[in-house]
Design a protein around this ligand. Structure first.
Ligand code: HEC
Ligand code: HEC
Ligand code: HEC
Ligand code: HEC
Length: 188
């Protein structure tokens, strides 16, 4: 009996260390949000479609500022919120990226004020932002880049925000809306 107890105690201790190690690895392994400044460093060449410039000229870049207006505060109030629009989690959830994510998952250059920036659609970038990974689609996707394999996948992503939960919802015409923000790399 004594011997048996000794063995099971060792088993328990072994299991504990095995699993506690796993959870440490998992928690430290999630990609974090690096912010548009980081993506923009490499994606601002005109010959490659200057994604940074296209985004800066889009309403997505102003989505946070929109929440700082009197119009936004009125919308929030009419919906029964007691806080200013820019302090209301529901509004922030569509007008920014990672508003409800732990600070440890946001890099130094990440700014909530940047509104609906690159990682809103492409996914948190700390693990795929390296040039060698970015150039290899499969590696980038494995490192967290959203895989936009067809139009339906893209439209689904848009509709996570462009839907009836938006207080100012306008019917979402995907073709027209994508044209307004398209930032493809020009084909040679
Ligand atoms: C160190 C430079 C660098 C950084 C930083 C970087 N990229 Fe890239 N990215 C590239 C290169 C190089 C390519 C390959 C295409 C090309 O030559 O422009 C690429 C390709 C892409 C593609 C197309 C990949 C595919 O397989 O479909 C997307 C989308 C993209 N980047 C988004 C981002 C986002 C979002 C960020 C920020 C989180 C980012 N990139 C940060 C250099 C970079
Ligand atoms: C994270 C949420 C989010 C996602 C995902 C998103 N959008 Fe938006 N989009 C917004 C918000 C918020 C606004 C309004 C910004 C403002 O006016 O301040 C907006 C505005 C726009 C506008 C300007 C509309 C106008 O009235 O002028 C276009 C075009 C647009 N989005 C296209 C797209 C497309 C296409 C996709 C998918 C590829 C997409 N969006 C994905 C949140 C999102
Ligand atoms: C489900 C996502 C979502 C939520 C939640 C959301 N918005 Fe928006 N917001 C959008 C999108 C997308 C647009 C672009 C217009 C549309 O809905 O088609 C937008 C546009 C706006 C505009 C610009 C008005 C216009 O006509 O273009 C204001 C102001 C605004 N939102 C305020 C708010 C406030 C305040 C809240 C919180 C009470 C809020 N939004 C919550 C997605 C959202
Ligand atoms: C509203 C969503 C959204 C935002 C914001 C956004 N993108 Fe994209 N991006 C897409 C989608 C969807 C595609 C895929 C288009 C396709 O396959 O036709 C794409 C494609 C790309 C590509 C590859 C283009 C190609 O032709 O292969 C690059 C590079 C890229 N985005 C970089 C960026 C960068 C950098 C930012 C921020 C400055 C950004 N994107 C912001 C949705 C977005």
């Amino acid at each position: 009996m004594k011997k048996l107890f000794g063995i099971s105690l060792i088993t328990v201790i072994t299991l504990f260390f095995t699993f506690s190690n796993y959870s440490i690895v998992l928690a430290g392994d999630s990609p974090h949000f690096v912010g548009v400044k980081t993506c923009g460093m490499c994606h601002k060449k005109d010959a490659k479609g200057n994604q940074l410039k296209v985004w800066k000229g889009s309403k997505h870049a102003k989505a946070y500022k929109t929440l700082q207006t009197a119009e936004a505060d009125k919308i929030a109030k009419d919906k029964g919120f007691k806080t200013k629009a820019v302090e209301t989690p529901e509004c922030l959830s569509c007008h920014t990226v990672a508003s409800n994510v732990d600070a440890s998952l946001k890099g130094k250059k990440f700014k909530i004020e940047d509104g609906v920036q690159c990682e809103a659609c492409h996914g948190a970038g700390s693990k795929y932002k390296k040039k060698s990974i970015m150039k290899d689609h499969a590696k980038a996707v494995a490192a967290g880049l959203t895989d936009f394999k067809d139009k339906a996948t893209i439209q689904k992503k848009c509709e996570t925000c462009h839907n009836k939960k938006s207080p100012s919802y306008k019917k979402f015409d995907f073709k027209k809306m994508w044209k307004e923000i398209a930032h493809n790399i020009p084909k040679k």
